[in-house]
Ligand binder design. Structure first.
Ligand SMILES: [Zn+2]
Length: 98
């Protein structure tokens, strides 16, 4: 496990970091927590994966799960968007072709 504050290697059961003294456990900066990364996803999209993989408080198994979910949602959104664009193009084609 790594400290959420300084990133140094500490024991899993340590309540406080022995290097910087910060309390461990569920604490962490917002962009290191799953909730913060989810919020980031709504704002910057798949770029939130950068913070996800840098986060020291999310384990590798969860990182893979979150990456899969974020990629899935991104692909669905792209498909929906291209579908919407094709409908708009068709609409204008029928509007202006006499
Ligand atoms: Zn620390």
């Amino acid at each position: 496990m790594n400290c959420w504050n300084c990133g140094k290697e500490i024991n899993e059961e340590d309540k406080f970091c022995k290097y910087c003294g910060k309390e461990q456990g569920k604490k962490g900066k917002l962009h290191q927590k799953p909730m913060g990364i989810l919020l980031e996803f709504f704002v910057i999209g798949p770029f939130c994966l950068y913070h996800l993989w840098k986060s020291p408080i999310i384990n590798n198994r969860d990182k893979k799960i979150y990456t899969a979910i974020i990629s899935g949602i991104t692909i669905v959104l792209i498909l929906l968007l291209s579908y919407a664009v094709s409908i708009i193009i068709k609409y204008y084609m029928t509007m202006f072709s006499f």
